[in-house]
Design a protein around this ligand. Structure first.
Ligand SMILES: Cc1cc2nc3c(=O)[nH]c(=O)nc-3n(C[C@H](O)[C@H](O)[C@H](O)COP(=O)(O)OP(=O)(O)OC[C@H]3O[C@@H](n4cnc5c(N)ncnc54)[C@H](O)[C@@H]3O)c2cc1C
Length: 464
């Protein structure tokens, strides 16, 4: 045990990273213990705390007017709760042996060490930025932080041309394509995969591509970007692949992220196969008594496959942060794991998934049946009933639900939560088909689309 804790004097909790996981941890630790017992210092290298990166596409697209609406809690609000937020201060080293971190003030360049009794690593994720000619040219933007979002908006305001190319067709690429369409751009999406949304099976991804094409978005599939050619003014003018060049006045990169674990790796902390920190269920870094980690920098247990994965989502970061804060504050809480639920949209097409795709199930050696059904968001006769496609995977023999993907119009997205709960509870498709879900014509058909899929899967597996 460290000396300060042993003698009952005030302990110091140091947090690296001032967004979802870090500030949730700091806030919860403060709820657990007052400033007389626990000093909390949070280092953040950016300009903001507790911001919603998830809102960036809607801010860029104009649904959200003001950047500040994306900030849940400002540094001043945290400081009023006795959390010593140090902005524009980057932690450059963790010294686990001596229980201290080294930080650099990014304005003055001054460096100093701060000791800790307890440490939270919440450094998030780093966007993939391939080493391509032109990648750093003016007009090429990532959308990882509010600063990135502001830089992109500045470019959109200044640039007269209306041709935008989005590189990557994961959910961020898809959401940014919508944002740019909403701003009146001609949008091309260049995608390495066969279909957009690789978190879906290709047959469901195809529905997304068809909808995007229907919105006037040019979809370029199976394409590897080779360069971002620039003009004489040094600004990006196109996105080049092996086969073609796509003219661009602005380029948005959405090609995925990796856990930001540079500091953790240098400190000798344990990393998994996906490069994320390894923790136990209380989010304590394996082998460390007083170090916790959460959010995009950690790997999580996938409850369906039983394997560790890197799933960088704000929903996990907030929950894990709260658990860390409880534990660092002297209480006890655990994070059970995830089932891989995610929802997004492109214009009025909602896209949702939870559990395993076909290739995930194959990878872990499961044998399964799949069914795909067409249904509607409301009773078929009710006004505005919208089509919805549900794909379901269920295990042979046991009938256990393994995964669900839903693509459709209004009401499709959040329906996946039925399946998320069922997966978490380890339910079979027989049980899902028998669930007592709410029904009235304005809300669903008498058999909810998820239950229609479950019934069909049950029939395929054999009645029980
Ligand atoms: C465009 C976009 C849309 C998204 N939409 C969704 C969505 O709809 N749903 C969803 O669940 N998730 C979404 N996400 C993901 C979500 O934003 C992240 O999962 C979440 O922000 C992770 O929180 P975090 O605290 O782990 O990391 P981050 O939010 O990345 O915060 C980490 C912080 O640590 C700071 N930091 C890193 N290293 C250091 C250092 N050495 N010293 C000091 N500070 C440091 C960084 O500056 C950063 O502020 C979206 C992300 C993006 C980019």
């Amino acid at each position: 045990m460290n000396t300060s804790a042993a003698h009952g004097v005030r302990e110091r909790l140091v947090v690296i990273g001032g967004d979802a996981a870090g500030m949730s941890a700091a806030s919860q630790a403060r709820r657990m213990r007052g400033p007389d017992e626990l000093e909390i210092v949070a280092f953040e290298r950016g300009h903001f705390t507790s911001y919603s990166a998830c809102g960036i596409p809607y801010w860029v697209g104009g649904d959200v007017e003001d950047r500040d609406e994306l900030i849940a809690r400002t540094p001043e609000e945290h400081r009023a709760r006795h959390i010593d937020v140090r902005l524009r201060t980057e932690v450059t080293e963790i010294d686990v042996e001596r229980g201290r971190v080294r930080a650099r003030d990014l304005e003055s360049g001054a460096e100093s060490w701060t000791s800790y009794d307890k440490l939270v690593i919440a450094t998030g994720a780093r966007p993939v930025r391939p080493d391509l000619p032109g990648i750093d040219a003016a007009g090429v933007h990532g959308v990882q932080t509010l600063d990135d979002g502001q830089a992109l908006l500045d470019t959109l305001t200044r640039t007269e041309g209306r041709r935008a190319v989005v590189v990557g067709a994961g959910y961020i690429g898809v959401e940014m394509a919508e944002a740019l369409i909403n701003r009146g751009y001609e949008v091309t999406v260049v995608n390495r995969g066969r279909e957009p949304m690789a978190t879906l099976d290709p047959d469901m991804g195809r529905l997304v591509r068809e909808a995007m094409t229907g919105l006037g978005i040019t979809m370029v599939d199976d394409a590897e970007v080779t360069a971002l050619p620039t003009g004489a003014d040094g600004r990006v003018r196109a996105v080049a692949t092996a086969d073609a060049e796509y003219p661009a006045d602005v380029v948005v990169l959405g090609i995925g992220v990796r856990p930001e674990t540079t500091l953790a790796r240098a400190a000798g902390l344990p990393l998994g196969d996906h490069g994320g920190l390894l923790t136990d269920r209380s989010m304590r870094v394996r082998g460390q008594e007083n170090v916790w980690a959460g959010g995009d920098c950690v790997e999580v247990l996938d409850l369906v496959s039983g394997q560790l994965r890197h799933i960088p989502l704000g929903t996990h970061a907030n929950k894990q942060g709260q658990i860390i804060g409880t534990n660092a504050g002297g209480g006890y809480a655990t994070f059970p794991g995830v089932v891989g639920t995610a929802v997004s949209k492109v214009c009025d097409l909602e896209i949702a998934r939870t559990g395993l795709r076909e290739k995930d199930a194959h990878r872990v050696g499961l044998r399964f049946e799949t069914v795909t059904i067409e249904s509607t968001s409301r009773a078929g006769y009710y006004p505005d009933a919208a089509p919805m496609t549900v794909k379901m995977l269920a295990e042979l023999g046991t009938g256990r639900l393994l995964g669900v993907q839903i693509v459709g119009r209004e009401g499709a997205g959040k329906r996946v939560d039925i399946a998320a709960v069922a997966l978490t509870a380890g339910m079979t498709v027989y049980q899902v088909a028998a669930l007592d879900l709410g029904y009235a014509p304005p809300f669903s058909p008498v058999w909810d689309p998820v239950q229609v899929a479950a019934r069909k899967a049950a029939a395929k597996l054999g009645a029980r």
